[in-house]
Design a protein around this ligand. Structure first.
Ligand code: SF4
Length: 216
């Protein structure tokens, strides 16, 4: 009897997942370009929709979710599983604008680890194995995300961003990987970061290597 009930629960969960769709700008198998997992093969799911509005954003076409197709969770899970990737990066846009429960359950069931890249400005949902917080002053992270952060990645344009990075780092758990990333079109941030990391070796530099390598 218990097994039959478990079967029904499983079937209901699968049906729910089939029904859950997400606005997706793109999903593809590639090499992680930035942050702690740079250079590793990963399946990227770029969810559409963002309400943060960074003026220097390089994926502005992701902001309006209505401009992108709604794709079923099962389709995304199959594509990720069939790619041969060991982990999936859910990114955006701002991926936490969506309830990630169904997507993360499906990906875990397929044996995949799940990473997320988020500004932390909307409530966390789903079950995620690695959280990269990239805080933005345009819409600050919610306090609830800080104890769960694995990697803090702060985009740097000016000296003020280094101070902002430290303010955010103070709220993260001990052992969080701390990364400073130059904004791609602001090369003058590079000497600032190099000098800062030499003086504060707890921080490391993250580069957008996918742009050098010309991979998506
Ligand atoms: S949070 Fe990310 S996607 Fe949204 S505007 Fe900023 S850089 Fe762009």
């Amino acid at each position: 009897m218990k097994e039959a009930e478990a079967d029904i629960t499983r079937q209901t969960e699968t049906a729910d997942r089939t029904r859950t769709r997400y606005p997706v700008m793109e999903h593809f198998y590639t090499i992680q370009g930035e942050g702690v997992h740079t250079g590793q093969a990963a399946y990227f799911i770029r969810l559409a929709g963002c309400d943060v509005g960074c003026w220097w954003c390089d994926v502005k076409e992701s902001w309006d979710a209505s401009q992108h197709p709604q794709i079923a969770t099962t389709e995304l899970v199959s594509a990720a599983r069939e790619s041969g990737a060991e982990f999936v990066v859910i990114t955006g846009g701002e991926p936490l604008l969506h309830d990630l429960e169904a997507l993360t359950a499906g990906l875990h069931e397929a044996g995949l680890r799940i990473h997320i890249e988020t500004s932390g400005s909307s409530p966390l949902s789903g079950d995620i194995d690695w959280i990269t917080l990239s805080p933005k002053r345009f819409k600050e992270p919610l306090e609830e995300i800080f104890p769960l952060v694995d990697e803090l990645k702060v985009v740097v344009l000016t000296r003020k961003d280094l101070q902002y990075a430290e303010e955010n780092a103070k709220k993260c758990p001990e052992g969080t990987r701390l990364m400073l990333q130059p904004e791609w079109d602001t090369p003058e941030s590079i000497p600032l970061i190099v000098d800062y990391v030499k003086r504060h070796p707890g921080w490391t530099i993250s580069l957008q290597t996918h742009k050098f390598l010309n991979v998506p």
